[in-house]
Design a protein around this ligand. Structure first.
Ligand code: G3I
Length: 349
């Protein structure tokens, strides 16, 4: 409650001081008129310690994905002991600012606790552990978390099912089971498969398509696909191929989401690279807006101040819409311009 009061008071003060763009100009108000959600991955520690960051998220986005707060190792650090501290903080912040929450991620081969990966479990024991994890977490936020990344990154670069802790321990049906268990825990939630490297065309994209088509055929309650879109200026899918991929997924009855976009640059970022980055963000947003079944566009972090990139890619960074001083970059202005044009067009029709 205290955090909510502080953030709302600070936001009001900043608005009155004229430090904020008029409400009509923010990404979330333009996106709402354009008919999609604009989101980002939230850093829960920063939400608590950095009021300016919290204000920025509340002002510009209407969809939050839990960057780490809902991952297996955070939520169930010891077998049977659940810790919802971070997840509760994220959901409460989102509810205080009329934002939707995308729960991330129920079945993934990373950020698993040692008790799980080093335990000796039979197939049935491991299935029971996963089922109880999903049931406990999803039930807690029933009606409060609108969508879940049920599974992520289960397809390898060659398009085949990735061999992971879960596929080895439970078998290839672990994915269909995870979707079914999630749906049982919250029948209203929108359930997504989320992956990288298959946003446009290619072997991995075909592998993801085949995986989700197979899940649909088996009757698994899968409703959408998250196209992560972790890119660089030299390694990005063609927007035309992303549109084609979104349309073939739509033909399966699936919605799509650009779920984790960032565009890493070599540091220090040049003005030319920042302009090229803006063009890439703009092209991918336009691809999403061109396909009615593309329902949300999210970046993996709001500000370069809290991005995973520099830790994982030394010498790279500046990947997001706002810089380390929380100031808008050309990419932000590009996104806002595209949303504004789409919103204006939507108003005319
Ligand atoms: O919380 C611990 C902290 O207690 C400890 O002191 C510290 C030092 O070891 O580590 C902290 O955990 C880190 C965690 O982020 C929270 O900050 C992990 O080491 C670190 O590996 C983890 O990185 C996350 C990464 O996934 C793990 O692969 C990134 O923040 C997160 O942005 C990134 O997100 C993934 C998506 O979930 C799936 N798609 C790809 C995306 C980028 O890899």
């Amino acid at each position: 409650m205290f955090l909510r009061a502080v953030v709302m008071a600070a936001s009001l003060a900043a608005t009155l001081a004229g430090a904020l763009p008029a409400a009509a100009d923010t990404l979330r108000t333009l996106a709402e008129s354009a008919g999609i959600r604009i989101g980002t991955a939230a850093n829960v520690d920063a939400l608590d310690t950095d009021a300016a960051y919290a204000r920025l998220l509340a002002r510009e986005f209407d969809l939050l994905t839990a960057e780490n707060a809902m991952k297996f190792s955070v939520v169930q650090p010891e077998r049977g002991r659940f810790d919802f501290t971070q997840a509760d903080a994220l959901v409460e912040f989102a509810e205080a600012h009329a934002m939707q929450v995308n729960g991330h991620v129920l079945v993934w081969h990373q950020q698993l606790p040692d008790w799980l990966t080093q335990g000796q479990f039979s197939r049935d024991e491991l299935a029971a552990i996963l089922r109880e994890h999903i049931r406990t977490l999803v039930t807690r936020y029933r009606g409060r978390v609108a969508s879940w990344d049920v599974a992520a990154e289960a397809v390898d670069e060659d398009g085949r099912l990735r061999e992971t802790f879960w596929s080895r321990g439970i078998g290839p049906d672990y994915l269909a089971l995870a979707f079914r268990w999630t749906h049982e825990a919250d029948p209203q939630a929108h359930l997504r498969y989320n992956d990288y490297g298959g946003e446009g065309g290619g072997v991995k994209s075909d592998g993801i398509y085949d995986l989700v088509a197979g899940l649909r055929r088996k009757g698994a309650p899968i409703h959408g696909v998250g196209l992560q879109m972790h890119a660089s200026l030299k390694d990005a899918p063609r927007a035309s191929e992303v549109r084609i991929n979104m349309k073939r997924l739509a033909a399966l009855g699936l919605q799509t989401h650009i779920s984790e976009m960032d565009v890493m640059l070599s540091l220090p970022a040049s003005r030319a690279d920042l302009r090229a980055q803006a063009a890439l963000y703009r092209d991918m947003l336009q691809a999403c807006l061109a396909v009615p079944q593309c329902r949300s566009f999210s970046t993996w972090g709001a500000s370069d101040r809290y991005s995973w990139i520099p830790e994982f890619f030394p010498g790279r960074g500046a990947a997001l819409l706002f810089d380390t001083d929380l100031q808008p970059k050309p990419a932000y202005r590009g996104i806002r311009k595209v949303l504004g044009a789409s919103a204006a067009s939507a108003r005319r029709h």
